[in-house]
Write a protein that binds this ligand. Structure first.
Ligand code: MSP
Length: 508
């Protein structure tokens, strides 16, 4: 893959359920990265989609008396609608029931089989339908549940196995050579310890259900839903064809997932890929889980948070902002509407919104609604000031932070910049200088507008709609809104007409 290309994915979501805050979180975080990389000049491919096979989905369809096809069509649509409602900028949406995907799964299976990584046997052990996962006796809790708390059933059936155990050493060597492969570090350590304890071969086909991709060499079996689902990341690029799209974007730059599905991505997926002779993704990042009043979110507890309801109530950008700002990516956090309101009011409205609102109101009052007519020398002085140098430093830092997906650190820097700007405008009180020192008044105003231009540009990945309204208000041309435009060369033109100040960030 060329250095300038960037391929980012979300998990494919199970369609047994409707979208909840967990799906929204993974999607928004991946979207922030995709948008950030595009603004950095990268050629981005961003994938999301739905995971539609397996027992869990089959049972959910049965419960509603719907055919598998009607059920998955309907629920996949709620996920593609969710991506639109959240303004997710995905380039493709894969459904694992599409033929382009099923063909890839068959080729991948054939490759595993012909390379001697698959053998036939009988699986007997525990299976959790809600996790779509096999568990060993030692993992079952005293109350007879999976370690995740999900119910399990005893399964005994003919099955194909993937020879995972023989990949143990290669996996460990790989982790050792690429310490950033699994992030954050705590998850990396967890996986290394798990693999060091020894790997068992895993069952990769089922005979007790039909809803899946049929094993090419044996029509009695369907492919295990996790093997099927993981392949989405390459089926969308045209695997097994090593065409232009595949060459351009594989290996993926990052798979963004939740911590609950780390083992599938950081152990099984790399082993499958090694066995099939396909290179491994560069980074697997496992984020934490949101809880509701400290409790795990689940349908049975009735405490599910509906992202669409939140958006109807508060608007999209405050929700996107809150999810990225409130907790450090990789950690768990408690979801609180109260905190969402506080973040919105104290940061978006009082800091970012206030700065632009104040500066453009002053410009309308004292400069005929135009960018103040300052000289080139004055702009040079502004750019040489400590405030501007510090802003450039913080933006450079942000470009480092995005590499480790430290969204809240990036937002912290952005809020700091606006905070400092608000303080300096209050201290300098330009409105008092209108007649005594008009040049100084213009200089302060220009510098604040220019900081607002910077803020508008760097906020785009997080709050795309509000950020573009900020830039519209300053009439920043559409083709000058990338990170490469954060220089003096693209500074606001003195005398440029501004739009009427309109409140962009409303207090809740
Ligand atoms: N279908 C599999 C993924 C296959 S990828 C090849 C799956 N789907 S899921 O719909 O159950 O979960 C999707 C994502 O939502 C996971 O990354 C999961 O971690 C995330 N979340 C589900 N509940 C969550 C929270 N309460 N908080 C944050 N994210 C959580 O797993």
């Amino acid at each position: 893959m060329s250095k300038n290309n960037y391929y980012i994915t979300t998990p494919v979501f199970y369609v047994n359920d409707i979208p909840h805050i967990g799906h929204a979180y993974t999607s928004i975080a991946s979207d922030v990265i995709a948008r950030y990389m595009r603004l950095s000049g990268k050629n981005v491919m961003f994938l999301t989609g739905t995971d539609e096979h397996g027992k869990k989905v089959e049972q959910a369809a049965k419960k509603l008396n719907l055919s598998n096809k009607d059920f998955t069509d309907k629920n996949s649509r709620s996920f593609s609608n969710m991506t639109k409602t959240l303004s997710i900028s995905n380039d493709d949406f894969i459904r694992t029931t599409e033929s382009r995907h099923k063909e890839s799964v068959c080729s991948f299976w054939n490759k595993l089989e012909s390379s001697g990584n698959i053998y036939q046997g009988t699986y007997s052990g525990w299976y959790s339908v809600s996790d779509e996962a096999y568990y060993s006796e030692s993992e079952i809790t005293e109350s007879g549940l999976a370690p995740t708390g999900s119910p399990v059933e005893w399964v005994k059936e003919e099955s194909y196995f993937f020879a995972l155990s023989k990949w143990q050493n290669q996996l460990l060597e790989y982790y050792n050579s690429y310490p950033n492969f699994i992030q954050p570090k705590s998850r990396f350590n967890e996986i290394v310890r798990f693999v060091q304890r020894g790997l068992r071969d895993i069952s990769i086909s089922r005979t007790s259900l039909q809803w899946g991709v049929t094993v090419p060499s044996n029509k009695q079996h369907v492919v295990y839903v996790w093997l099927d689902a993981l392949i989405n990341y390459i089926s969308v690029l045209g695997y097994p064809k090593r065409n232009k799209q595949f060459a351009a974007f594989w290996p993926a730059s990052a798979h963004i997932i939740g911590k609950d599905i780390l083992r599938f991505h950081a152990v099984y997926w790399p082993a499958f890929l090694m066995a099939a002779g396909v290179s491994l993704p560069k980074v697997i990042f496992a984020h934490g889980w949101w809880t509701n009043k400290g409790k795990k979110i689940s349908k049975s507890l009735g405490n599910v948070i509906d992202p669409l309801k939140l958006i109807n109530k508060y608007g999209l950008d405050p929700v996107r902002y809150f999810l990225m700002r409130e907790i450090s990516f990789g950690h768990d956090g408690n979801f609180s509407e109260k905190n969402l309101i506080v973040r919105n009011n104290s940061e978006l409205a009082n800091k970012i919104g206030n700065l632009l609102q104040r500066t453009s109101s002053i410009a309308h009052k004292y400069c005929n609604g135009r960018v103040p007519n300052v000289s080139d020398i004055c702009i040079n002085q502004i750019y040489a000031s400590g405030a501007f140098k510090n802003m450039a430093y913080l933006i450079d830092k942000n470009h480092e932070y995005i590499e480790s997906f430290s969204f809240n650190k990036i937002l912290n820097n952005i809020i700091y910049i606006s905070d400092q700007a608000n303080i300096s405008i209050s201290n300098a009180s330009p409105w008092l200088l209108v007649s005594s020192d008009p040049d100084q008044m213009k200089k302060i105003l220009y510098s604040m507008l220019e900081i607002s231009r910077y803020l508008g540009i760097i906020l785009q990945p997080f709050i795309p709609h509000s950020a573009s309204k900020m830039l519209d208000q300053m009439n920043v041309p559409l083709d000058q809104r990338s990170f490469c435009n954060l220089t003096q060369e693209f500074a606001l033109k003195p005398g440029l007409l501004l739009q009427k100040p309109m409140p962009i960030f409303l207090k809740i």
